[in-house]
Design a protein around this ligand. Sequence first.
Ligand SMILES: Nc1ncnc2c1ncn2[C@@H]1O[C@H](COP(=O)(O)OP(=O)(O)OP(=O)(O)O)[C@@H](O)[C@H]1O
Length: 215
Amino acid sequence: MNTPLLELRAVDYAYRAEHPILQNVNLCLSAGERLALTGANGSGKTTLLHLIVGLCKPTRGQIIAFGKLRQTEADFWEVRIKAGLVFQDADDQLFCPTVAEDIAFGLFNLGKTTHEVERITQETLDILGISDYAGRITHHLSGGEKRLVALATVLAMQPDILLLDEPTTGLDEQAQARVVQILQGLPQAMLIVSHDRDFLQQLTGNVMRINPCST
Ligand SMILES: Nc1ncnc2c1ncn2[C@@H]1O[C@H](COP(=O)(O)OP(=O)(O)OP(=O)(O)O)[C@@H](O)[C@H]1O
C-alpha cells in the first residue's frame, strides 16, 4: 500500500489552554485523494490547515507529512514547499505590487529561471481565465479577483497537496465553474474547506466533519 502523503494522529490544538479548538483529530490523505472538511463556523477548519503547514503547532498528537514526522520549523519549511495553502483571506497571501510578481515570488524561491517564471505565470493566468491580470496592481483588485490570484500563486507552484480554505468565496458563477473544472482536472491530493455543498459535491464525496469542542 502507498504511504499516505499526510497523516494527523490524535491531534489536539488550543490557542489558549482553557479553550480547546481541536480534539483528537485523525486524518489520512493519500496521493490523488480529495477530502472535504466541513463544520460550523469556528469549529477549527482553518486552524487544522494552519497546523498542517506549521503556522501553529499541535498541543498533542502527530503530524506526519510526506513520510516524516514534522515538528520543527525546518520540517514545516519543507512541508510548505510540497503542500500549498490557499488562505481564507486572499490579503494574507498576496503581498507584491503586481499580480505577476505575486505569482513569480514562489517560483523564484523554487529556483526557476526568469524565462520559466514568465512562462508558468502566464500559463497559470490563462488556465484561470485571467490572462490580462499580469500587470494589475494586486492591492486594487476586487475580492473575487484577489481570490483567483491567490489560487494562481499556489497552482503555479504545482504542490503535491493543495490545501484550499474556502476557495470559491466571492467568486461569480463563471469563475466558480472554472475553478471547479480546473480542480477536477488536477492530479494533486486536496483538502478542501468550504461551506458550499454544491461546490464540494462536484469535487468529492469524501467528507470529514469537524465538530466544535465542548469546553
Ligand atoms: N490566532 C487566534 N487566536 C485565538 N483564537 C483564534 C485564533 N485564530 C482562530 N481562533 C479561534 O479558533 C476558533 C476556530 O477558528 P477557525 O478559523 O479555525 O474556524 P473555522 O472552522 O475555519 O471557521 P469558519 O467556518 O468561520 O471559517 C474560533 O473560535 C476562532 O475565534
